[in-house]
Design a protein around this ligand. Structure first.
Ligand SMILES: Cc1cc2nc3c(=O)[nH]c(=O)nc-3n(C[C@H](O)[C@H](O)[C@H](O)COP(=O)(O)O)c2cc1C
Length: 488
């Protein structure tokens, strides 16, 4: 077994031991040793969003399954995942998963697509989620959004062929993902047509019955790329005003065409330079520790949003603060705070002990990754108390997530606690907490990253190590073969 040099949280038996570990490593994650009764706990503080009365502070993060059919409609795997989201007991369902607004923006040929042709399918997903959710809360107590996206640089709409849509040439990402220097950049006219597609999809989402749409601006996809389009000319590049023109136009279009529909934003509020496995220590199928890609010192921030000028491996929140001021002006008061991208710096985006097949061994204790995102949402919340914020990247906390989020919510670090990978491994995690049941340790996500490795090789996502539905399915054998081939 690899010695990562970091404590395995699964070996710690009590919150006190976890807190001791935090002290030893000087990682300033807040944590409380005793859990309060739910009736007095901040996890169950009521709140109100667009007239809905929510009775807890959990949000299910968007978790894509790469399991739609060729037309972008849901399959049995998709329905099952959404049923679990509904049955989780969380009051906020943030987006379900990333849904492309048009064909060329699909990350894979198995991504959901929202058009008139697939609208009935997407509406039935929502119904299915609500039906299972009704056992725990009425429709009036759950706020449900749909995440709208264009996958931009990471589009593969027709299967394995990479068909990127880019806003500018990026010195590291072009090289990393084989984008030639003369590859055509999306024109301003094409962006205006895409704005119309986002608005049309938002209208379809409203007709389906969603409470809000998320105009996705994170994880390296097209919305996020706008934020870093500093070297682009024209109406959509250069100044932050230009880089948020797409957001402004889509927001105004949604307000005009789908009045009453809520608008939220999932946003990578900081980024750092792309990483790669250390070439010196990597072996086939056994990536070394992550190291930053080579860069010109003092230069990288020209191609990133929210990256420190002098040290591109660290965040700088000053750009996010300017961005949130724009959110306020646009009347966007609901933001899901995330960071980085799973394609080029997964340790920032989704801290894990075990890397996905296109990743690297953690370059730091993954708890630092958790803290970086927690600290970002806390700082932004301090500046913008009027904006409702959801925190991300908490699954790595495992058994101690309840103790940490009780402290974080109590101290006002965030308004809602986002749950991502944990809901795939342990669909009733939130409900068990809310019902004061002891957690089933065998179901807790230990961040094996198979949920990311599987879709990187054309398989649906899911928790292959812990969820019997995937563990016992033929696709699990396929995944095992893929992993074996990679390491031989
Ligand atoms: C399998 C998988 C699918 C994901 N799908 C989406 C998605 O569709 N949209 C999105 O914004 N984030 C997506 N994410 C990111 C998660 O929402 C979340 O930010 C990340 O997993 C970190 O949160 P966690 O520590 O609770 O897992 C995905 C992550 C994984 C592992």
């Amino acid at each position: 077994m690899i010695d990562y040099g970091y404590i395995r949280l699964a070996t710690l038996k009590t919150a006190d031991r976890f807190m001791e570990e935090l002290r030893n490593t000087s990682i300033p994650i807040p944590c409380e040793s005793e859990l309060l009764p739910v009736s007095r706990s901040p996890i169950a503080h009521p709140s109100e969003l667009l007239g809905k009365k929510l009775c807890n502070r959990f949000a299910i993060q968007p978790m894509e399954g790469w399991d739609a059919d060729a037309f972008g409609a849901p399959t049995e795997h998709t329905y099952r995942r959404w049923r679990h989201f509904g049955a989780s007991g969380a009051s906020l369902i943030w987006g379900g998963e990333a849904v492309a607004v048009r064909e060329d923006g699909r990350a894979t040929s198995r991504q959901l697509l929202l058009t008139k042709a697939t609208q009935t399918g997407i509406a039935s997903l929502l119904e299915c989620l609500k039906k299972d959710g009704k056992r725990f809360a009425s429709d009036d107590n759950v706020f449900i959004g749909l995440q709208l996206t264009h996958s931009g640089r990471f589009s593969h709409p027709r299967g394995p062929k990479h068909e990127p849509v880019i806003l500018y040439h990026h010195p590291i990402l072009d090289r990393k993902f084989n984008i030639p220097g003369d590859y055509t950049v999306m024109s301003d006219g094409e962006i205006r047509r895409l704005e119309e597609d986002f608005v049309a999809a938002a209208k379809l989402a409203q007709e389906c019955g969603f409470d809000f749409v998320d105009i996705k601006h994170c994880h390296g996809y097209l919305g996020h790329e706008f934020l870093s389009a500093k070297t682009r000319g024209g109406e959509y590049g250069g100044s932050l005003e230009n880089r948020t023109r797409f957001l402004k136009n889509v927001t105004e279009g949604v307000r005009a065409n789908a009045p009453g529909l809520g608008i939220g934003m999932r946003c990578s509020v900081f980024d750092v330079i792309p990483y790669r496995p250390d070439p010196v220590t990597s072996l086939p199928g056994k990536p070394g520790k992550g190291v930053p890609e080579e860069y010109l010192v003092g230069d990288y921030h020209h191609w990133a949003f929210g990256c420190d000028h002098d040290n591109p491996t660290e965040p700088d929140l000053s750009e996010a603060i300017e961005l949130f001021t724009i959110f306020r002006k646009l009347g966007i008061h609901l933001v899901n705070v995330t960071a980085g991208s799973p394609y080029y710096n997964p340790h920032i985006q989704r801290p894990a002990l075990y890397p996905p097949s296109d990743g690297y061994l953690p370059p730091e204790d993954p708890l630092w990754g958790v803290y970086r995102q927690m600290n970002a949402v806390r700082e932004l919340k301090r500046h913008f108390p009027d904006i409702v914020m959801i925190g991300s990247a908490l699954t790595y906390l495992q058994d101690f997530l309840p103790n940490v989020v009780q402290a974080a919510l109590g101290e006002g670090w965030m308004d809602f606690v986002g749950i991502g990978r944990m809901v795939l491994a342990y669909p009733s995690y939130v409900r068990d907490l809310l019902e004061e049941k002891s957690l089933d340790r065998k179901k807790i996500c230990r961040t094996f990253s198979d949920c990311t490795t599987a879709p990187r090789h054309g398989l649906p996502s899911g928790c292959y190590p812990l969820d019997p539905y995937y563990k016992k399915a033929p696709m699990s054998e396929e995944l095992a073969k893929i992993k074996k081939n990679l390491s031989s």
